[in-house]
Design a protein around this ligand. Structure first.
Ligand SMILES: Cc1ncc(COP(=O)(O)O)c(C=O)c1O
Length: 428
């Protein structure tokens, strides 16, 4: 494979011309006549909600999308909700998690993966990550299981899959429900079957930054008829399918999705099925190119991931290849090249004030002793993330490869320059 070396000139941060200069960026999300038509149909139908009975819901525009999305991921049931956080809270409730229970969650994810747990009065117990894949470590999950554990929640971080072979096995062995947070993993497949169809429930977000979006929204997938009935009830103010419209049986939210969102999602899904494959092809190309340059590597390949959806294209930075330039400075230099990269969430979830300041009934900080050294190292030293939309833009990917090569060629100069200008920003 050819390796581009056309941009080893001066890095932009040292006064050179940015490698991404002049590269056209697509508007995100893509939309057009089909979305407009679908929205107008909802407008003119006069039916802006999806209805109250399970039958009405199934016949709605949103119901049609649910079936198509569930099928794409190999699940029997899909139930749309207001957002991804609600999807997680709903799945935990339907799986039987109650106040006072414990749920094992990843230390490395977006905060909502863990906040869904205290939202229902249960306690999150954090599990560390694997250095080469950034996914939750099955051994750490197992070590976090105790007598009060009522469920395991994993994330497919960045769209890469957690080790579902080991995690499904250990969940079965401990007789614990497994919930997959697939907010990053629209379209991802493990051994030929979709993310979100392996555990008891799979939760997705359709918030604006995701690969499939309606601005906001979410869905819970499951293969269990029993769980599907509970999901329906808990997302619908505690109604039961078999009872009257004004009979309420559970303390529960209204988490119903609108028909506007269902209409947009139906059209977006058609696009996303194609775009996922384009992104996957471009990501494979990028991974090979980065391997050739060295110093900023893709996550370790896992052949069990048979299709890869993306939220982030995650990379591993090795400062030793860049004259020990700190990661934050390397990212700054790449951003100066006009590249859409960042450090993702910046810290393990439990380091956020919401958890760092969380106290038990006796006023003791709940997470003062929590240690997830691998996740901490990933956040502080190695993790660099490229947003998924860049995977649709080959010239931009080429500019990233060129930018890395250029920074490598001038690493000593950059390290000197930053020594003169110490980093005074708060660590994050
Ligand atoms: C991994 C993960 N889980 C859950 C969520 C929550 O989704 P939402 O923003 O739709 O509530 C997000 C959203 O960004 C996420 O990235």
């Amino acid at each position: 494979m050819k390796r581009a070396t056309s941009h080893t000139g001066k890095p932009a941060i040292l006064g050179g011309s940015p490698t991404a200069h002049g590269i056209k960026r697509e508007a995100w999300p893509p939309h057009g006549v089909p979305e407009r038509k679908a929205l107008l149909e909802v407008l003119e139908s006069g039916k802006w909600w999806r209805g109250g009975t399970r039958r009405e819901m199934a016949q709605s525009v949103t119901g049609r999308f649910e079936r198509e999305f569930a099928k794409w991921h190999g699940a029997r049931h899909g139930l749309c909700v207001t957002n991804g956080t609600a999807a997680l809270e709903l799945a935990l409730r339907a799986a039987g998690v109650e106040a006072g229970d414990e749920v094992v969650v990843p230390a490395l994810s977006f905060v909502a993966t863990a906040t869904a747990v205290p939202l229902i009065g249960a306690r999150a117990v954090f599990a560390d990550a694997v250095a080469e894949t950034y996914q939750t470590d099955p051994a750490a999950i197992e070590a976090a299981i105790g007598p009060r554990t009522r469920a395991i929640l994993v994330v497919h971080y960045g769209g890469y899959c957690a080790d579902l072979d080991r995690i499904t096995k250990l969940a079965r062995r401990h007789k614990l429900p497994l919930i997959e947070d697939c907010a990053h993993a629209q379209g991802s497949q493990w051994r030929g079957r979709g993310a979100g169809s392996w555990g008891d429930a799979g939760c997705f977000s359709f918030q604006m930054s995701k690969a499939l979006t309606a601005g906001e929204g979410g869905i819970v997938l499951s293969n269990s008829d029993v769980l599907a009935e509970k999901l329906y009830s808990y997302h619908h103010l505690g109604r039961l399918e078999s009872q009257g419209f004004y009979d309420f049986h559970r303390v529960a939210w209204n988490m119903r999705m609108t028909e506007w969102q269902g209409a947009i999602l139906g059209e977006q899904l058609k696009r996303v099925k194609k775009l996922t494959l384009v992104k996957q092809r471009n990501a494979e190309w990028l991974a090979k190119q980065l391997d050739l340059v060295g110093g900023l590597l893709p996550l370790k390949r896992d052949p069990r991931i048979t299709r890869r959806g993306f939220y982030y294209f995650l990379m591993r930075y090795d400062a030793r290849d860049f004259a020990n330039l700190p990661k934050a400075r390397f990212v700054e230099a790449l951003q100066a090249e006009g590249l859409p990269v960042g450090q993702a969430y910046g810290r393990p979830i439990q380091k956020n004030p919401v958890f760092a300041e969380m106290r038990d009934a006796r006023g003791r900080k709940l997470y003062a002793k929590t240690r997830t050294p691998v996740a901490e190292r990933i956040c502080a030293q190695t993790q660099i993330a490229l947003g998924h939309t860049a995977l649709l833009n080959r010239p931009l990917l080429q500019a990233l490869v060129d930018g890395v090569a250029r920074l490598k060629a001038h690493a000593g100069e950059l390290a000197e320059r930053f020594k003169e200008k110490p980093d005074t920003r708060a660590a994050g």
